[in-house]
Design a protein around this ligand. Structure first.
Ligand SMILES: N[C@@H](CCC(=O)N[C@@H](CS)C(=O)NCC(=O)O)C(=O)O
Length: 212
């Protein structure tokens, strides 16, 4: 009999769930997926709601530990399971400051303040209401913020932290994917960065795992 996996990830199908699948795959971890999807009855699974009463995906279960919030899941996995050549988070305080700066910027300025406003008031307006002024501001803000990321790209290396791929790249690429649905024209430097990172085989595997 196969030994059950200790790690279980709840959630598939969104840019937030992609982050968790990608980190797990990047670290070469064996895990089970509970393929619940947002806006379906699968989200009402009582076992899921018992674990996470807020009812949001992704949620990671590692033994007795239950972690929600995609940046926290990626960072937890990075800190716990980094091995050999795969370090999704740097070790020195200076480099870690840059990591946390990027993931905070991506989560707050690109995701929560911009893309999620559009998600709610464009895609899900029947639930959250129409808000054309907020949508316009969110669009302008996203473009301003993504433009501001261009000079912050390191001069050496393919990734947000330079030579090493990290959890910050996972978050950034997931946001850029999310932005596609709102037809943004991204700065050329960001498109080039995206193409480099998206060529990783682990990214292709994560896309598959996130859409079983
Ligand atoms: N800040 C959370 C957001 C999680 C979240 O909002 N997930 C959405 C799917 S992307 C969800 O579960 N929605 C279900 C619902 O709102 O009922 C994260 O980054 O993980």
């Amino acid at each position: 009999m196969t030994k059950p996996s200790r790690l279980t990830l709840w959630g598939v199908g969104t840019s937030r769930t992609l982050r968790a699948h990608w980190a797990l795959i990047e670290l070469g971890l064996d895990y089970a997926t509970q393929p619940i999807r947002t806006r379906t009855l699968t989200m009402e699974n009582p076992a899921f709601l018992a674990l996470h009463p807020r009812g949001k995906i992704p949620v990671l279960v590692d033994g007795d530990l239950v972690v929600s919030e995609s940046p926290a899941i990626v960072t937890y996995l990075a800190e716990t399971y980094c091995s050999g050549a795969t370090h999704l988070i740097p070790e020195t305080p200076w480099a870690r400051a840059r990591y946390f700066e990027w993931i905070s910027f991506i989560s707050m300025e690109l995701d929560a303040t911009s893309l999620y406003v559009l998600r709610r008031h464009v895609d899900l307006y029947e639930t959250y209401g129409e808000a054309p002024a907020a949508n316009n501001t969110a669009r302008e803000y996203f473009l301003r913020m993504i433009q501001s990321a261009v000079p912050a790209l390191p001069s050496k290396g393919d990734f947000l932290l330079g030579q090493d791929f990290s959890g910050a790249d996972i978050l950034m690429i997931s946001c850029l994917n999310f932005s596609d649905r709102f037809d943004f024209t991204l700065p050329a430097e960001i498109t080039a960065y995206r193409e480099r990172v998206s060529a990783r085989p682990t990214y292709q595997a994560a896309l598959k795992a996130n859409n079983p």
